[in-house]
Design a binder for this molecule. Structure first.
Ligand code: OAA
Ligand code: MG
Length: 227
């Protein structure tokens, strides 16, 4: 027997706020947090393509190469949770595959995030919920524990706490600390509106480029002809 340390679950974000997150690209959200707050290296499993997802983190820290506490977390999940598994970034064994992916769907889990490897990539990519991982490995996990549920974890170099808002799309994943979520979303909406104005200016040929040479001192190299 081994141990699963269970911490109290974190707060649940307001559903309206989560809906607004789903309208904000991860690039806009990380821009709204001083260009930080992202997980590095975690992306959709190959072949997967899903709408943007946003939900409260259900955090799990597992022994690398072992998924016993991940099974426990699947049964503790609340609908809409994003399961974030800290498997230490180790790629030697998959932490989950299609069986667990299909079971996660029946638990109402919104997305699976593994700071480690997964397997059954084709089956996961064909499923209805996004699966993000650091890598793929056909070698399966052991089921011995130990681990922790709802405690603070790291994934892709970012700290994630139970109830923090995790948003994922084609660019990867961003974690928005739950106490900053309302402020970050409001800022993100302003940035998105500003980007949309830039897209319109690009299409109209009126985009202001003066900032480039206002920021650079240009040194012309002798012999380099005009372009
Ligand atoms: O066997 C396991 O524990 C992981 C796996 O491949 C699955 O969930 O399909
Ligand atoms: Mg499998």
């Amino acid at each position: 027997m081994s141990t699963c340390r269970r911490h109290p679950a974190g707060p649940r974000p307001d559903p309206g706020l989560l809906a607004r997150c789903r309208d904000l690209p991860t690039s806009i959200l990380s821009d709204s947090m001083e260009r930080a707050g992202g997980m590095r290296g975690l992306h959709w499993v190959p072949g997967g393509r899903w709408p943007r997802v946003a939900g409260p983190a259900l955090t799990v820290r597992t022994r690398p190469g072992d998924n016993l506490v991940v099974h426990r977390a699947l049964d503790l999940a609340a609908p809409g949770d994003v399961l974030v598994v800290d498997a230490g970034g180790v790629l030697e064994r998959a932490i989950l595959g299609e069986i667990m992916g299909r079971y996660a769907v029946t638990r109402g889990i919104a997305a699976l995030v593994v700071d480690g490897a997964v397997r059954d990539a084709e089956g996961l990519a064909a499923g209805p919920i996004p699966v993000f991982a650091l890598g793929i490995n056909h070698l399966g996990p052991y089921k011995d524990g130990p681990g922790e549920v709802h405690g603070p974890v790291q994934a892709g170099g970012a700290v994630v706490r139970s109830g923090d808002v995790v948003v994922g799309d084609a660019d990867g994943l961003v974690v928005v600390p739950h106490e900053r979520a309302a402020q970050v979303v409001a800022l993100g909406e302003q940035r998105l509106a500003a980007e949309e104005q830039m897209f319109a200016a690009i299409d109209a040929g009126t985009l202001d480029r003066s900032w480039v040479l206002a920021t650079l001192t240009e040194e012309l190299v002798a012999g380099d002809g005009p372009r």
